[in-house]
Every structure is written in C-alpha cells, then in structure tokens.
Write a protein that binds this ligand. Structure first.
Ligand code: UDP
Length: 327
C-alpha cells in the first residue's frame, strides 16, 4: 500500500483528495492545523485503518514516523478574505510550510506535488493564461501575501528538483468549487449561494465585468491524480476554461436557486484580477486531462450540498468550530 501525506487535509480540496487516494488503495496521513480547515470534512473517514489524522501546523518542523511515498502540499488559506485576516500564516505556510514539506520529501525519498495557483499570474495581461506567462503581481497589495508565497513555493520546489534531484510536481489551480467549501469563506460561489439561501441580495463587486473560469472539484482531483503519477516537473494549469463574467454568474445562481432577491453592486476590492481563464493545452497533451463536469451540473450538486447543511451553518459568521469534533 503506497503511503501519502496530504497537508491541508481538513480543507475543501484536501478532504476530497483524502477520499480519492483512499479509494485508490493508498494509506493516507492527513495533516492540518485547523485554522481554516474543518474536521467535519473528514468525519466520514474516522475509524478507517488506512486513514490517520495529525493535528499539526506544517509551517513548523514536520516529524512523521515510517516510510512515505508521496506528499501533496495543500495547506493554505485560500480565500481573499482569509489572506486579509491571517496574512502572516498565509505567507508562512506557502514558504516555510513548503520548505518543511520539501525537506520531508527529501528525507523520505518521496515524490511531492505542491498546490500552486492561477494567482501566480496576478491580474494577467496575457489571456488565456499559459504556463509560460510570468504574471503581473503586486507584491505589497492585499493578495501579495498569497501570491508571493505561492511564487516562492514554485521557486523553492524547482530548486529542490534541480539541486537535489527531488521528484516534484507543481499544479496551478484555477477557481475550483464544490461541496465542503466553507459557506462563509467569502469566495464568490459560497457567497452567492449563501445569500440566496438566507434571502439576501447577491453582492456583485465592481460592475461584475471581471471574469473567472470555474472548475468542479472532481475534475480538479482527477487532474491532480494524473499529474502526481506523471513524470512532468514543470508547472501545469488545471482548471475549466469555460469563462464567465461575475455578473452572469450571479444571474446563473439566481436562476438555480429560484431566489427572488436582486443583485446589488459593491466596490471592487483592490487588485481584483479583471480576467482569468486557464490555457489547458499542456494538461490535455501531457495528462490526457480535460474537465468533464459542466458548470450547470457542478452548480446543481454544490447547491444541493449547501442547502442540506444544518441551518446554523448558514447564519454562522464562520463555520469552523471544529473543537466539538475533536474527541
Ligand atoms: N466577488 C463578488 N461578490 C462576492 C464575492 C466575490 O462579486 O460576494 C467577486 C470578486 O470580486 C472576484 C470574483 O468574484 O472578482 C471571484 O472572487 P473569489 O473571492 O471567489 O476568488 P478570486 O478568484 O478573486 O481569488
């Protein structure tokens, strides 16, 4: 049984990755400091012999007994309001956390895949974004703490690859959605669905002409799985190129949820990227990967998951009181 460490295991993507690798016959060690993660995302794995949870902050030295074949480094705050709330932790987990994961991979002779992001392209002047584009990032803006940590992460990962010969993989993840996102994490999809469920107006920032391209979580997980098992060490974009304006997106959510509320416009946050769409030629050619779930299908599954959450989740400022679940 191959053994894999997944950092950020209690988060949205981390928990879906735990499920996938257990289903593929791996022994999974899930690690999380539970700052933005939530143990409820892992509740269904409790008691499985092939799953262990370790409560640890990967920005400090990681000690793990036993052999390790793979590491997926997915620990990080991932929503713009989280970067503002916890900027130092965001910088640390992308930099020091990555360093600790790379060091552990080297010591264990494990292959490591690190979660990078479309944010390395910043507010892109090249459209759609290819992996060869260097980006347009404001290092001292509100997003700089995330963007620059992820850019440093890529540089450090490549240095371990070239200097130490470590087997490394870098995925650049574009906006992804699905069940287990935090309903109140501030990102646009949970924000709009949460507003519709509470009977509030939908808040579009700016005039809503900025674009994003939303990928359903199962498609992303398939891309991660294929990239990890590939022999390609340079960054690969994984995302769904189906681009939409945020205003159109709000209209889609209104239709999906049947809400009678209206759209209200609020100021555009500083450095909000005006356009984003992945060029996935590399993923198609190298991994034979392409997204399969349409936005209509993915949004329906996600909406059904959100509306079945307990009512208190809808009104809680933050849905992360994990302590109740630590026995
Ligand atoms: N957005 C919005 N209303 C909200 C939350 C977000 O219009 O209540 C916009 C935000 O300004 C951005 C887009 O939706 O243009 C995507 O934001 P998100 O925070 O989900 O992720 P980003 O891609 O910006 O990191």
């Amino acid at each position: 049984m191959p053994r894999i460490l997944i950092t950020g295991a209690a988060g949205f993507l981390g928990s879906h990755l735990c499920d996938r690798f257990i289903a593929e016959g791996y022994e999974v060690v899930g690690m999380d400091n539970l700052i933005t993660g939530d143990l409820r995302n892992l509740e269904h794995l409790q008691g499985l012999p092939e799953f262990t949870f370790v409560h640890h902050d990967v920005s400090t030295h990681i000690h793990l007994n036993g052999p390790l074949d793979y590491i997926l480094h997915f620990a990080s705050p991932a929503s713009p309001i989280d970067y503002l709330k916890i900027p130092i932790q965001t910088l640390k987990v992308g930099s020091l956390g990555t360093h600790n994961c790379l060091g552990l991979a080297l010591a264990k002779k494990a292959r490591i895949l690190v979660a990078s992001t479309s944010e390395v392209y910043g507010d892109p002047t090249v459209h759609p974004q290819t992996e060869s584009y260097w980006g347009n990032v404001n290092p001292i803006g509100p997003r700089g703490v995330y963007d620059e940590a992820k850019r440093f992460q890529e540089a450090l990962t490549m240095a371990y690859h070239t200097y130490h010969g470590l087997e490394t993989r870098i995925i650049r993840i574009f906006n992804t959605y699905g069940p287990r996102m935090r309903l109140n994490d501030g990102r646009v999809l949970p924000a709009f669905i949460g507003q519709a469920l509470r009977g509030e107006d939908l808040t579009v920032f700016g005039d809503g002409s900025q674009t994003r391209s939303f990928c359903y979580v199962d498609d992303l997980v398939e891309g991660i799985y294929r990239l990890l098992l590939s022999d390609y060490a340079l960054p690969v974009n994984i995302g769904n190129p189906d681009e939409i304006t945020i205003l159109q997106f709000a209209e889609e959510i209104i239709k999906l949820t049947g809400t009678t509320q209206k759209i209200v416009f609020e100021p555009l946050p500083k450095d909000d990227p005006t356009q984003r769409q992945p060029d996935i030629t590399k993923a198609r050619e190298l991994l034979g990967w392409a997204p399969r779930v349409s936005r209509a299908e993915g949004l329906k599954i996600t909406y059904d998951a959100f509306r079945n959450l307990p009512e208190e989740a809808l009104y809680k400022q933050e849905h992360r009181d994990f302590k109740a679940f630590v026995k």
